[in-house]
Design a protein around this ligand. Structure first.
Ligand SMILES: [Mg+2]
Length: 232
């Protein structure tokens, strides 16, 4: 049963619903390997070159574009991802959370900086689609989620009330962009990639969860607070 006090929930994909280990593998290991093979250079040279590219383009739309990377580094990065698609995996509690939210009538949107091709590839391998009313790639919006414009354009296409919205995203600059726009509830992830050590919750600027089902009591709290404010 849906309830009007229920916040709308925006989920990031990579590092939030899906294990970022896949993307780490592709970008930090497999792409340098294939780049070195393709261009007949050393692995060290490929790592150094790609590292420079990553630094230049971080948080821009180009960073998230497989077309851009394919042109820039001369490796078909979409094909590279397809070659390792078996490694695409959900994070702990992903489906349990999504099923529960669906049963409880929450409206959920998937908002990703992955480009349309990347989103499609992930959805073909992990069946997230049945749980989302809206699924958007920032490529369609023209700005990445780090920018307030992303949220403005999103809202003009699909109306929502930022005062009753909750975003779960593993990337701090994205949460800050959303905060600037006025998204009320912001939550991050302690361990986006199972291949890396968890971050310390106390060092993160936003409320942090790891097992995704931990979101459920937080949502209850949010709604109880809203009721308190309204009846106070
Ligand atoms: Mg992410």
């Amino acid at each position: 049963m849906s309830d009007s006090t229920q916040p709308i929930i925006f989920f990031d994909m990579d590092g939030t619903l899906l294990d970022l280990a896949f993307d780490d593998l592709i970008w930090n290991t497999k792409l340098p390997e294939r780049h070195a093979e393709t261009h007949q250079c050393s692995l060290e040279q490929s790592h150094a070159l790609l590292h420079d590219f990553y630094q230049q383009h971080k948080h821009t739309l180009s960073w998230y574009s497989s077309t851009y990377w394919t042109e820039k580094v001369g490796v078909d990065v979409l094909q590279l991802q397809r070659d390792f698609k078996d490694k695409i995996a959900p994070r702990t509690g992903c489906f349990e959370l999504l099923k529960t939210l669906q049963q409880q009538g929450y409206r959920c949107w998937l908002l990703t900086n992955a480009d349309c091709a990347g989103l499609k590839l992930k959805l073909e391998n992990v069946d997230l689609s049945p749980y989302f009313e809206v699924m958007i790639s920032s490529e369609e919006i023209g700005y990445s989620k780090e920018f307030v414009e992303f949220w403005q354009i999103l809202q003009s296409k699909h109306f929502f009330d930022p005062n009753n919205a909750c975003l779960i995203d593993d990337t701090a600059p994205v949460l800050k962009g959303a905060e600037k726009f006025g998204i009320q509830h912001l939550i991050t992830i302690t361990q986006p990639s199972s291949l890396r050590a968890p971050r310390h919750a106390l060092e993160l600027e936003f409320t942090a969860i790891n097992d995704l089902t931990t979101l459920l009591p937080i949502l209850e709290q949010i709604q109880n607070k809203d009721v308190d404010v309204k009846t106070a």
